[in-house]
Design a protein. Sequence first.
Length: 328
Amino acid sequence: MEAPRATKIHRRFELCVAVLCVIGVTLVLSSSDQASAASDEPPVATEPAAEEVPEPAPEPEEEPPAEVPEEEAEPEEEPARARGASRLRISSAKADPERIFLGSRRRAAFRFELSGDGARKLLVKVVKVSNGAVQKRFRLGRVKPGERQRVAWDGKLGGRRGFTSQGEHAFRVFSEGERAAVSRDSSTQRFDFYEHRFPLLGRHTYGDGFGAGRGHQGQDIFADCGARLVAARGGRVQTAAYQSSAGYYVVIDGRGTGRDYVYMHMKKAERPREGSWVQTGETIGIESDTGNASGCHLHFELWSKPGWYEGGSAKPPTRALKRWDSWS
């Protein structure tokens, strides 16, 4: 009985081995078919990678020209003229009057004519003679030779910058950066600008000054009776009245100064009304000997902020008067 049983087991083992062999062959054939099928597919074409072209660097934005204040602008350089081109020239140039005052009615007027053959675009500059700084510009556009031109200026700067400083100024004419030459028939392109004017017109002498050993609060200026008095600085007429010692007098609140300017021993006639406005250099009365006065003279006082008998105090005016006298 043992022999048949062993034979039976041996057969089962052989059968298992055969089954495993069949399975292995089947797997090998299936893998081969898949590889063959894959090899029959056409190759997929791959596009070459696009070559990166660097973008051009953006051009730097042009910065706007810096705004240069007129008083700090540098003088323009003269460009080289083309061969045979005529030089820019003006004739009959004249500035009038030769001096103006801050707050005055009169302006510095400049008249001239363009010389040469063709029309030119002209630019007139007002400059400080001391340093060449430009204070004002006038663009005239295209001007023909022989056409009389005129510009006028009161010393005021652009915007809220007030007025130019005291001193000598000049008108200068340019075209495309070239400065015009001036013919011999011209007189002057210059004028002076001042903030104050001496208050008495005509020949005069200085009398008692500030203090004078008797509490004198101003400066006496003697002249022939009837000499004309003008405002040393324009402003509002604060007081026009009479007092036994001062006689007829006027007090002017100097515009833009915070100071009061006082004029005493005047005639009653030709004085401005209280509350009215006067300009620098404008007539405000006639010198006389009204009140407690020894001879015809102007008694002039200068008061600090906030003003004449309003909390201010009288200041010695003699040095300022003599300075104004030197240019008036």
